[in-house]
Design a protein around this ligand. Structure first.
Ligand SMILES: C[S@@+](CC[C@H](N)C(=O)[O-])C[C@H]1O[C@@H](n2cnc3c(N)ncnc32)[C@H](O)[C@@H]1O
Length: 183
């Protein structure tokens, strides 16, 4: 499980709002989602996975490119919100659980890690890296805010830790955020 302080922080955020980062309404998020989907490409993906789906705003945009899309979030309120947002998309399955402990039994041909890696501990990123090395059959796309986070890791540090398992990514600097493509 993520560090207790991280879980408490996330639980408090979702208790106050079901859209704590304004994913549904922010022009910044909409532009970042468009850049993320450009990096991902048109697919189609047979079996995609998004780890840390939040309220499902990005997943709803990714879903049309996927035959099956599994999304997961460790905070029950976030998973519930994602279930509501994605209810009309039969190819989408929402799991409540924390990576890497609760990762599903999949061999995904796309893994999306959008604004989630820096919530994990270094040991969790290492375990996630092992899982991805074993299971991933396609690109792993990481999107990370480049400024300071409220967590022990920032985005660059989290990406560097994942690179220990997956090798150096192709990185694109978008100013406030970066997109890293592994594989
Ligand atoms: C900033 S939101 C990003 C949501 C979405 N990926 C996006 O980019 O719009 C990060 C989400 O990751 C979830 N999260 C953090 N650590 C996680 C973990 N170890 N496993 C699953 N979800 C996690 C949080 O609960 C939160 O909803």
């Amino acid at each position: 499980m993520p560090h207790k302080d991280t879980l408490d922080h996330l639980t408090r955020l979702y208790a106050a709002s079901d859209d704590p980062w304004d994913h549904r309404t922010s022009a910044y998020e909409a532009a970042k989602y468009a850049a993320t989907l450009r990096e991902i490409g048109p697919g189609p993906f047979r079996e995609a996975l998004e780890i840390g789906c939040g309220n499902g705003t990005l997943a709803a945009r990714l879903a049309p490119r996927c035959s099956r899309l599994t999304v997961m979030d460790c905070i029950p309120a976030a998973a519930q919100s994602a279930r509501r947002a994605l209810a009309d998309l039969p190819q989408v399955r929402v799991i409540q659980g924390a990576a890497p402990a609760d990762l599903p039994d999949l061999r995904p041909d796309l893994v999306l890690l959008s604004e989630v890696l820096y919530f994990l501990t270094p040991a969790e990123i290492a375990a996630l890296g092992r899982w991805l090395t074993d299971r991933a059959r396609g690109p792993v796309i990481a999107v990370n805010w480049t400024g300071p986070t409220d967590e022990p890791l920032n985005g660059a540090q989290a990406v560097a830790l994942l690179a220990h398992s997956l090798g150096a990514p192709d990185s694109t600097d978008h100013g406030d955020y970066r997109i890293d493509r592994f594989g």
